[in-house]
Ligand binder design. Structure first.
Ligand code: SAM
Length: 330
């Protein structure tokens, strides 16, 4: 079991399979062009399977595949199928922008995927292009409909951006009601060098919750799902749909943090807000590699896992860490 000095245990691993992405979301990466990690430094699928095996030995039972855009990596779906075949009990999830999802549903279902988290920050095609730099709103909506029609559950993640999508709550209520899905607004986090976070574009969860209450059609709901994470959810009365908030900045949930992250170049991060990284790839590529070496690295890293809110509080009007989200994976 992985327990840290604050008594927290780890059961959830976020594994980034690539830093490449076909969108350029303004909250996710700096304005300037970024260079991608060279292919030879990116973990192979075999190395990722070994990481999952080690993590599972240490008590991880939920793995989220993320990126970059995971579907942008060659042979991603066969990789998911391999993971599912090798670890059938693992709760395997994917976070995607859904631009490359069309036509993949049967394969995904066969690969054991029951739920996908889709990033969709706006219901306006124009604002979508403004946020992502790409005109793909229609493609994403079509993929959502296709996933739902094939019986794959969809959860929508929207980064809350004041001045950009803060007028869209009623539209998202209609959307969640129509499709019977969860929409979670994630507070914009000041992550990555040249991050565009400002006091002005930060739309705090409490304001969103106040707007939920004002709409009078949302009822707070206790999260009953196992490992449901830090979202606070509100049911749309008379509907399957729910809206929620993830207050990653204003109301931290460090005390219940159960996760670790591994970047696509094999760096273990124990806290989203900390640039302290541990060289998993270096261990895996040792000529005398044995799994115990990886288990020891995980143990040592996790023992020193910090409290992210302390790092956030110590930052001075700037980003809390240097790594950009496209390489961390959210
Ligand atoms: N390409 C995939 C996608 O779009 O979902 C996976 C990678 S993306 C980095 C994972 C998640 O991180 C998305 O839900 C995205 O909205 C979120 N994210 C990225 N930067 C963020 C930031 N600065 N604050 C809050 N959430 C962020």
């Amino acid at each position: 079991m992985l327990m840290d000095r604050h008594g927290r245990t780890v059961s959830y691993l976020r594994l980034s399979v690539t830093d490449r992405c076909n969108l350029r979301c303004l909250y996710c990466r700096p304005a300037e062009a970024i260079s991608f990690i060279p292919h030879e430094r990116v973990l192979s699928y075999e190395e990722m399977i070994e990481i999952v095996a080690a993590a599972q030995e240490l008590g991880v039972h939920k793995v989220r595949l993320t990126g970059g855009e995971p579907f942008a990596r060659k042979d991603f779906v066969p990789f998911v199928a391999r993971l599912h075949a090798r670890f059938p009990k693992l709760d395997l999830r994917i976070t995607t922008n859904a631009t490359m999802l069309a036509g993949r549903m049967p394969e995904l279902r066969d690969a054991g995927v029951r739920t996908v988290n889709i990033s969709l920050d706006t219901l306006s095609p124009h604002t979508f292009a403004q946020i992502t730099g790409v005109d793909a709103h229609r493609v994403v909506l079509a993929a959502i409909e296709e996933a739902l029609a094939s019986g794959i559950r969809v959860k929508i993640n929207a980064v809350a951006l004041r001045g950009i999508n803060d007028t869209e709550l009623p539209a998202f209520v209609d959307f969640a009601r129509t499709y019977g899905v969860d929409v979670r607004f994630i507070e914009f986090m000041p992550i990555g060098y040249q991050c565009r976070w400002t006091e002005e574009n930060f739309w705090p969860a409490e304001e969103i919750v106040a707007a939920f209450h004002a709409m009078e059609i949302l009822r707070p709901e206790t999260n009953t799902e196992p490992h449901s994470g830090p979202a606070r959810m509100y049911r749309i009365i008379g509907s399957q749909g729910r809206l929620g908030v993830i207050s990653a900045v204003s109301h931290h949930f460090c005390a219940s943090c159960n996760r670790l992250r591994v970047t696509c170049e094999g760096r273990l991060r124990t806290c989203l807000f900390s640039d302290e990284e541990y060289d998993v790839a270096g261990v895996l590529r040792r000529p005398d590699y044995q799994r115990t070496q990886l288990l020891e690295l995980f143990q040592r890293a996790n023992a020193a896992k910090p409290l992210g809110y302390e790092l956030l509080a110590a930052r001075k009007r700037t980003n809390v860490c240097q790594r950009v989200m496209t390489t961390i994976g959210g």
